[in-house]
Design a protein around this ligand. Structure first.
Ligand code: SAH
Length: 520
């Protein structure tokens, strides 16, 4: 083995069952350091945001091209490690629970490639937990069994190519013993469910034994049906539950009535579109998700530094000349900070100028990014309120203002300051915005399927861009969708386009918007 080869290593990392928060701390740290991440169908693609620098390779089913066989995956792991890469093999749930992780390790060991295993939370534990079903309970069971239904769903689908697979699967299940067990989780068991239930009853299990099937557990798409071993098949069929789903059989299923915490959160079952700039989306998304919503991010604007920094650099160099520096967005603050860093300057360029902000997120960014005190941040987060507040303090007439904003910022702030007698107003675009080119596939699919309940808008420009991305029949597409607006200016833009906001935030910020949506 050459010196270069010996650096290569493969980490088999359990991605957890779906909720990206359920990966382990070690798994996340390894993603952060990875050169290559090889992932499949059941590992949440959102986890890839933890490895922005890595090459990512999808090897699961439903690939645009054909998916890889297990042999090809094994060979890929060996190849990447031999190139000296740190490889993360990200697998849904736990890598060794019906995940073929053992086979991958065998192949790595045979090839002399170093590897480590990071366990994950498996679907049979997490799925029931998120359906309000504890897998053990002192009153009901002191054992808990994991079984694969093994009809070649999910990871096992390529198993035709493995001779030894013929020997495993249902044929090695001793149904007479299984039927006596007090609590069983069946993986890969949707298609096999009729046979499973039949075998259990034929071998003496009561048809009245409670059962639950949980699809897409721990994700916002989670759906659960409950019944008994006798009728769960019919209920699953009626609810059109398909893979991936876990079925749990046992008295513990009864606990769900009392402790179904996940599905009873206020926004559970709601699909909400978040239209924001790529850089901003996550705060709103996280808050909505925390209340149980399925969030689809539809970035409508991309932000970029100005193509030409002459104006920005000149303004920053002379910032101390102004009485007031005004920031109107957290992005403006971030781009200013980035430019200061690039110029090898710091906040001393602002001298003794006072600092004003529109919006508490902006004020927060000023404190965090620039470590500056915010002298003025009106309660209403609109330009008019800032002008009013400055006027109230006698701070406009004869004063000099520097506005560090977006290229598309509303001119009203500049115009009103001038109209009230400002001695100088310099309005500088510290960042540029350009409309996104496409809506994400996930949104188009959900929209066609009528799954979208809400669209949220946090600025006039997101409204305009989203509408133009939807195309000329935007009004028809939004007909059955509720619209949430962050404040009066955004609402007005919606009305100008013939759209009626269902709700408008009382406080014009992200928290206000979330509150308004959750209150509906
Ligand atoms: N290694 C994985 C299991 C892979 S086998 C683990 O430890 O969880 C694939 C099967 O796992 C699916 O057919 C389904 O039965 C189950 N499964 C995985 N993720 C699931 C989810 N989010 N919801 C329900 N079932 C899931």
């Amino acid at each position: 083995m050459s010196g270069k080869d010996s650096k290569g290593v493969v980490f088999l990392v359990g991605a957890g069952p779906g909720d990206p928060g359920l990966i382990t701390v070690r798994g996340r740290a390894l993603l952060d350091q990875a050169d290559v991440v090889i992932y499949d169908y059941l590992s949440n693609p959102r986890l890839l945001s933890y490895c922005p620098r890595a090459e990512t390779i999808y090897v699961g089913k439903k690939a645009a091209s054909h998916s890889m066989t297990q042999e090809q995956i094994n060979a890929l792991l060996v190849e990447k490690a031999r190139e000296g890469k740190r490889v993360v093999r990200l697998k849904g749930g736990d890598p060794f629970v019906f995940g073929r992780g053992g086979e991958e390790c065998e192949a790595l060991a045979a090839a002399g490639v170093k590897f480590e295993v990071v366990p994950g939370i498996t679907a049979a534990i997490a799925g029931p937990a998120y359906a309000g079903i504890p897998v053990t309970h002192r009153d009901f069971n002191s054992s808990f069994t994991l079984i694969t239904g093994h009809e070649k769903e999910e990871e096992y689908k390529e198993s035709e190519s493995r001779s030894r697979d013929a020997a495993v699967g249902s044929s090695d299940i001793d149904w007479a013993s299984v039927a006596k067990l007090p609590c069983i989780a069946f993986y890969m068991g949707v298609k096999a469910l009729p046979r499973i239930c039949e075998k259990l009853m034929a071998n003496g299990m009561s048809g009245e034994t409670p059962a639950a099937t949980i699809q897409w557990a721990t994700t916002p798409k989670q759906r659960t049906v409950t019944g008994t071993v006798r009728d769960i098949v019919q209920k699953v069929a009626e609810a059109k539950i398909g893979a991936p789903a876990i079925t749990i059989v046992g008295r513990v299923v009864e606990m769900r009535q009392a402790i179904n915490w996940f599905e009873s959160r206020p926004l559970f079952g709601q699909t909400i579109v978040v239209t924001r700039t790529r850089q901003q989306a996550s705060a709103l998304s996280q808050k909505l998700e925390a209340l149980g919503a399925r969030v689809i991010e539809a970035p409508t604007i991309d932000l970029a530094p100005p193509k030409d920094f002459t104006e920005v650099d000149d303004a920053i160099k002379h910032a101390a000349h102004y009485d007031w520096i005004i920031f109107t967005s957290a992005n403006g603050v971030r781009f200013t900070r980035a430019r200061l860093d690039a110029m090898e300057r710091d906040v001393r360029v602002f001298g003794t100028a006072d600092i004003a902000a529109i919006g508490d997120a902006t004020a927060e960014a000023i404190r965090r990014e620039l470590a500056l005190h915010v002298n003025l941040c009106p309660d209403d987060f609109v330009a008019e309120a800032l002008v009013h507040a400055l006027q109230g303090h006698g701070q406009i007439a004869g004063h000099k203002f520097l506005l560090l904003r977006a290229d598309i910022a509303r001119p009203i702030l500049r115009d009103q300051l001038k109209a009230h007698g400002a001695a100088e107003v310099r309005d500088v675009a510290v960042y540029e915005t350009k409309p996104a080119e496409n809506l994400p596939d996930e949104l188009l699919t959900a929209s066609d399927a009528g799954e979208v309940n809400w669209v949220t808008f946090t600025s006039s420009s997101t409204v305009k861009n989203f509408v133009s991305l939807l195309g000329s029949n935007y009004a028809t597409k939004l007909k059955n969708v509720k619209i949430a607006s962050i404040g009066p200016i955004t609402s007005q833009t919606l009305r100008d386009l013939g759209l009626t906001p269902t709700i408008e935030a009382e406080t014009y910020n992200v928290d206000g918007l979330v509150e308004a949506v959750a209150g509906k």
